[in-house]
Design a protein around this ligand. Structure first.
Ligand code: NAP
Ligand code: GLV
Length: 308
């Protein structure tokens, strides 16, 4: 039996080293140079090319290398009988919580305006946006959303949360699907931390933006396809939104001629909000690999029907 590491445009050798550090007896293959496809029962993937996993007749489990699993679910070549799992480790949550806090503080204290002013050697002061005017609405209260909520509370922000099922998080006003409009009407900064599913694709659109407390600020750290890009431009141009911080995009890398690059009120980062550390993730991956070999229940299994 062997374990396959498969990712597009990424050196998987540090992953191999980290896994061998946990168990030096593992038999590990790295795509695309796979010697014995029929021995592979477990794959660890990040954005693998669609249909490639078709050629592995004994594949039983595919693990996402990160928290998101949309890249696995969209590949119809992965048979329904193959179980899907994901990595969920503490540093994924703490990085995300830090990223979102930082994005909010950058917005409040006009960081990107000061960076532009420095380039022009131009001295001009701007009043910070008061914390009281920064009620944060979190779309998604899963592993990431809950960690972000807790960190924002520690830092003195008012936090609202919205999820499919109603949650109880101390200090957070929580809404479920039926409370969506009330949640939006109370949010001044909206953060998307939803998984990408049929229901959530394109959810960040003009009608939603208009329901926020105006003018609002949005942060998308989930997936690019949550956002209707032209609606964002329109909402910024018409003053519905004051600005946006985007870490994820419909097309990554964001093409160099994309409209977003020239917008001073859009902060852009290249999908770095929360990056999986191989050394921290390795133990969990090996644990799941061993569980799969002995037919045990897997950790962090994905519900294929709900899509996350
Ligand atoms: P998760 O634990 O699966 O939680 C998902 C949350 O979204 C849950 O609270 C769920 O509600 C809610 N939800 C799902 N569909 C919904 C709907 N239709 N309406 C309302 N709420 C809905 O996911 P996670 O680990 O927090 O991660 C969230 C996403 O963050 C990932 O899927 C990934 O795309 C993204 N991510 C991005 C980065 C980055 O670097 N930018 C890093 C890591 C993750 P219930 O609790 O009621 O089920
Ligand atoms: C990153 O985007 C992840 O899903 O872990």
């Amino acid at each position: 039996m062997s374990l396959l590491l498969i990712a597009k445009n990424r050196d998987m050798n540090p992953w191999k080293d980290a896994l061998l550090e946990v168990d030096s007896n593992l038999d590990i293959e790295i795509w695309p140079r796979v010697e014995k496809k029929e021995r592979v029962t477990f794959a660890v993937s990040w954005n693998h090319p669609e249909k490639v996993l078709d050629g592995y007749p004994n594949l039983k489990v595919v693990s996402s290398l990160g928290a998101g699993v949309d890249h696995l679910l969209k590949d119809e070549a992965i048979s329904e009988s193959v179980k899907l799992v994901r990595v969920m480790i503490p540093s994924l949550k703490s990085q995300m919580a830090d990223y979102v806090l930082n994005a909010i503080q950058n917005y409040r204290f006009h960081t990107s305006r000061y960076v532009d002013q420095k380039r022009e050697a131009y001295w001009s002061k701007h009043d910070p946006v008061p914390k009281e005017d920064c009620t944060v609405g979190l779309m998604g209260l899963g592993e990431m959303g809950t960690a972000v909520a807790e960190w924002l509370l520690v830092n003195g922000y008012s936090v609202l949360g919205w999820s499919k099922s109603k949650k109880e998080i101390k200090g957070v006003e929580c809404f479920n699907e039926s409370g969506f409009d009330e949640f939006l009407s109370k949010s001044k900064i909206l953060v998307c931390l939803l998984p990408l599913t049929k229901e959530t694709s394109g959810i960040l659109e003009l009608y939603l933006f208009k329901k926020l407390q105006s003018p609002a600020f949005i942060i998308n750290v989930a997936r690019g396809a949550h956002l209707i890009e032209e609606d964002l431009i329109y909402a910024l141009d018409t003053g519905v939104l004051k600005g946006a911080c985007l870490d994820v995009f419909e097309e990554e890398p964001l093409p160099s001629n994309h409209l977003f690059w020239n917008r001073p009120n859009i902060m852009i980062t290249p999908h770095v909000a929360s990056i999986t550390d191989p050394n921290e993730a390795a133990e969990q991956i090996v644990e799941n690999y061993k569980r799969s070999l002995s037919g045990m229940e897997l950790l962090n299994e994905v519900d294929r029907v709900r899509g996350y």
